[in-house]
Write a new protein. Structure first.
Ligand SMILES: Nc1ncnc2c1ncn2[C@@H]1O[C@H](COP(=O)(O)OP(=O)(O)OP(=O)(O)O)[C@@H](O)[C@H]1O
Ligand SMILES: [Mg+2]
Length: 255
């Protein structure tokens, strides 16, 4: 693997020399990306290319920066040094001040939070799922069609009129996924998606991830769950240098 940890600008291309099919388009490109919460460096000189259609599993210790990297991909935190480009366009504090640019990024990169409560705020499940499409400026008829499709696809028709805050954890997770699905993004960022799910919901979610993959969507999944990782990863991105699984393509960043 072409990776020189001493050189912060060494790009990580898991497609090169790792037996993965060559893909033609880099969708998310981090170049020497640095970010600190207050004074504490959290993402250090991250250089990483994710190609359209990749299924990437992010692994690393607690506090190693996985969730922060997903936030950066979704335009929720920004480079303090270096850069992040989405589909060729720089995502920065300045570019995100342009409301139409920010809206487009949020539509194209969906982020399913680890804690569904942080994502759900509407009075009903229907409104919640309609929120993104309405923000996109779609007409009410199209919004209704998307809500119907999504509720059917993820099997939450019976929850449509319920208040999101009064749902169970697994039901909330499905609704949170529905909120992103209704915007039909190119990229799905999942933060610990299986946490707290029962065996049936877990099986459903694994099937759903495969459907997204088959549809050519780009998946970035932060997880500590090795069986989920083995199930969906084209390759692993490890935050830091420790890992014990060597049988798939992998790169190390944030060392
Ligand atoms: N909002 C915040 N304000 C200040 N520090 C933060 C904030 N969010 C995260 N951090 C810190 O940044 C570091 C990286 O956190 P992050 O949540 O990205 O890690 P993680 O790899 O997702 O961990 P985990 O496996 O526990 O989910 C941690 O040291 C954490 O304490
Ligand atoms: Mg996390």
């Amino acid at each position: 693997m072409a990776h020189d940890a001493t050189h912060p600008k060494a790009f990580h291309h898991p497609h090169e020399g790792c037996g993965l099919p060559e893909r033609d388009r880099v969708l998310m490109s981090f170049d020497d990306f640095c970010f600190a919460y207050e004074e504490r460096p959290t993402l250090r000189h991250v250089s990483l290319d994710v190609y359209a259609g990749d299924s990437v599993v992010l692994m690393g210790d607690n506090g190693s920066g996985k969730s922060t990297l997903l936030k950066a991909m979704s335009g929720l935190v920004f480079a303090q040094r270096g850069s992040y480009r989405f589909d060729g366009e720089e995502v920065s504090e300045a570019s995100m001040r342009d409301a139409s640019f920010a809206k487009r990024l949020h539509q194209r990169v969906g982020f399913i939070f680890q804690d569904s409560d942080a994502q759900l705020f509407c009075a009903s499940v229907e409104d919640e799922i309609a929120f993104g499409p309405r923000q996109m400026g779609l007409g009410e008829e199209e919004v209704r069609r998307r809500v119907d499709d999504v509720c059917r696809m993820i099997g939450i028709d019976e929850l449509r009129g319920r208040a999101p805050w009064a749902l169970s954890g697994g039901e909330k997770k499905k609704v949170a996924i529905g909120c992103i699905l209704s915007m039909n993004p190119d990229v799905y960022c999942f933060d610990e998606p299986l946490n707290g799910l029962d065996a049936r919901t877990r099986a459903w979610l694994l099937g759903f991830l495969h459907q997204l993959k088959d549809a050519g969507k780009t998946l970035v999944i932060a997880t500590h769950d090795q069986s989920l990782a083995d199930e969906v990863a084209d390759y692993f991105v490890y935050m830091g240098d420790f890992h014990e699984y060597g049988d798939r393509p992998h790169v190390h960043i944030n060392q």
